[in-house]
Structures are given as structure tokens and as C-alpha cells.
Design a protein around this ligand. Structure first.
Ligand code: ASP
Length: 319
């Protein structure tokens, strides 16, 4: 029997439930549902897991509700610098780019780079030039800006001036997807604007293969969200794969250990790091742990049932 599965996230920096209207939450869930449908229709049509994760991430990059593409976070200079990557678990091929300033859908550029094959990772102007040469859409900076991101930057600067701590919502965001296709191949993709008020030129975990994004057939596919510096230090995606491969843990044991122990106040961290991820194993089992108040997420089970959630409450939707 062929099994297909899909899981997505829209970041672990979710507001407390009572701070947005029901209508706003419904809209965010609707965009998650649209991303799930985009990825699922690829898988149902016999497409590959790489195509499915790209399709799902593109929808979230185009939505203003998530920190990637349109609606991406602003850095300390008020500039959008975008990071993204994609990985094919069948071949271990990957494409990644960082600090791009104009690519409408960074995940598409990451996939084009993977296909091109001359480099795994391009940064800055070289990433933007590659996207333009490949015929991908390049946009002016203001395409990415939303009023919410301008407010978030002002709030982060006010926190920095006052020495106060920002909320998880002000700090986090990222989108990602993991998929298993009918041929048994896993893939992962992740895209982000990074965190609000980040230093110019800062690169997070999202484009770092093995940290924010990882896929290996028969083991797992992982896409993370949270303070990227810690995901890089803990090499989160590969750490989960290693626990599954070498310790023989189930995917959920491995993923939960990394989120709830390694990233939640172990001896190597200075306290709880806001973190979350979505992961699939080679049989299509889903794990989506997070240690913040919520995480935008959604998944389709191998039986074809689709669910979206922002906090603990889970909503079934049409895939
Ligand atoms: N992981 C992203 C980064 O550090 C941000 C996030 O998911 O909150 O760039």
C-alpha cells in the first residue's frame, strides 16, 4: 500500500487565544488549510514530496499572516532579509538561500538552486540574482511589508530601549512543510523573514540544512521554527534523525526530546527557547511538538484526514 502524508507549520510565535478575534483566528486557520490543500493535491495527483512541500510553503509565503515572503519580519534596519531551504530525502540534495531581499517566493528559488546543483547555498545579492536569472518573480521590498510587521519592529525597538522582554509572538515566525509521497520519499522545506529587529546580515536556522530543515528517506523530514541560533547549535533536524537512526527512538520520542528537553532548559541552554517543529517519519507518522503558547500547524494523515490548529484545539478541515 502506498502511504502519503503532509504536515505544515506557520511558526511557533502564536498570540494568546484571547488576543485576536475569532474571525482573525478563522482566517489564519483558513490559510493553513489552503496550504495543506495545495500540498495534498500534489501528493494525491502522484506528485513528489519535493513538489508538495514547495506548493504548501508558497501559499504561506503569499499569505500576510505568516513570517515569510509577503508579511516577513523586518530586521534592525527596517529591511526584509529572507531565508529559505528545501531538501529531498531521497537524494539528500538540497537548496538554500539567505538574506535575499526581493525573491517573492524564496522556497521556489531554493528548489531551483537544488535542481541547478552547482551550489547548495547562496547568500545575499547572489541569491536574488540567481532567482532573477531563473525567471522567478522578484519584488520591491515594500511588497513584503505589512502594517503588523512595522508595528512589531517598533515594539521590538521599544523593548530593546526599555530592557524589557518581547513576547514569543513578537519574536517568532517561519513557515515550513514536510511530506511523504507515494514512492516513499520524504522532503522538507522552510521559509522565513527571521526574527523582528534581527541584526542586518544575520542568518538563522531556516536555510541551514540539518538545523531548521532536514530530510532523509526512511528516517524523517523536519522543519523547525523558533530562535534559530539554538536550532543551529543543537543541529535540530539532524539531531532528530540521529536519535531515530542511532537510538532507535520513534519519531515523536526523538522530536519531543529535542523540543522539550534540549531546547527547553537543558544544561546547554540558558532557559526555555521558544521552539516548535513539524516532522514525519518514513511511514507518515506526524509529530508536531512546541513549547510556546501555540504553533500554527496542520497535517494530513495517511488516511487522508486533514487538521489545522493554532493552540491545543484541533479543527478537522477538508484536505
Ligand atoms: N527560526 C527562525 C529564525 O531564527 C525564526 C522563527 O521561526 O521564529 O530565523
Amino acid at each position: 500500500m502506498t502511504t502519503t502524508a503532509l504536515a505544515i507549520h506557520g511558526g511557533c510565535g502564536v498570540l494568546p487565544l484571547d488576543s485576536m478575534s475569532d474571525a482573525d483566528w478563522a482566517e489564519a486557520r483558513q490559510d493553513l488549510g489552503r496550504a495543506l490543500s495545495a500540498g495534498w493535491s500534489v501528493l494525491k495527483g502522484g506528485g513528489t514530496s519535493v513538489e508538495a512541500v514547495e506548493a504548501a510553503v508558497v501559499v504561506m509565503e503569499d499569505s500576510p499572516h505568516f513570517n515569510a515572503g509577503h508579511g516577513a519580519a523586518l530586521n534592525e534596519d527596517g529591511i526584509h532579509e529572507l531565508d529559505a531551504s528545501i531538501m529531498d530525502g531521497a537524494t539528500l540534495e538540497a537548496g538554500a538561500l539567505s538574506a535575499a531581499r526581493g525573491i517573492r517566493n524564496p522556497v521556489r528559488a531554493a528548489r531551483a538552486l537544488m535542481k541547478d546543483g552547482r551550489a547548495v547555498f547562496l547568500t545575499g545579492a547572489a541569491a536574488d540574482d540567481f532567482a532573477a536569472q531563473t525567471g522567478l518573480q522578484v519584488m520591491p521590498q515594500d511588497y513584503f511589508t505589512t502594517p503588523k510587521r512595522i508595528e512589531a519592529l517598533a515594539a521590538m525597538k521599544a523593548h530593546a530601549a526599555a530592557g524589557t522582554e518581547a513576547s514569543e509572538n513578537e519574536k517568532h515566525g517561519t513557515v515550513g512543510a514536510v511530506a511523504l509521497d507515494a514512492a516513499g520519499h520524504l522532503a522538507a522545506a522552510t521559509s522565513t523573514g527571521g526574527y523582528t529587529n534581527k541584526p542586518a546580515g544575520r542568518v538563522g536556522d531556516t536555510p541551514v540544512i540539518g538545523a531548521g530543515t532536514y530530510a532523509r528517506d526512511g528516517v524523517c523530514a523536519v522543519s523547525g521554527t523558533g530562535k534559530g541560533e539554538f536550532f543551529i547549535r543543537h543541529v535540530v533536524g539532524h539531531e532528530i534523525a540521529a536519535r531515530v537512526s542511532y537510538l532507535g527512538e520513534s519519531l515523536s520520542q526523538a522530536a519531543e526530546h529535542v523540543v522539550h528537553v534540549d531546547l527547553s532548559g537543558s544544561s546547554q541552554t540558558t532557559g526555555i527557547v521558544g521552539a516548535g517543529l513539524v516532522a514525519l517519519d518514513g511511514n507518515g507518522a506526524v509529530s508536531a511538538p512546541y513549547n510556546t503558547a501555540g504553533m500554527f500547524r496542520g497535517w494530513v494523515t495517511p488516511e487522508g484526514r486533514a487538521f489545522v490548529a493554532t493552540h491545543d484545539e484541533i479543527h478537522e478541515v477538508q484536505p
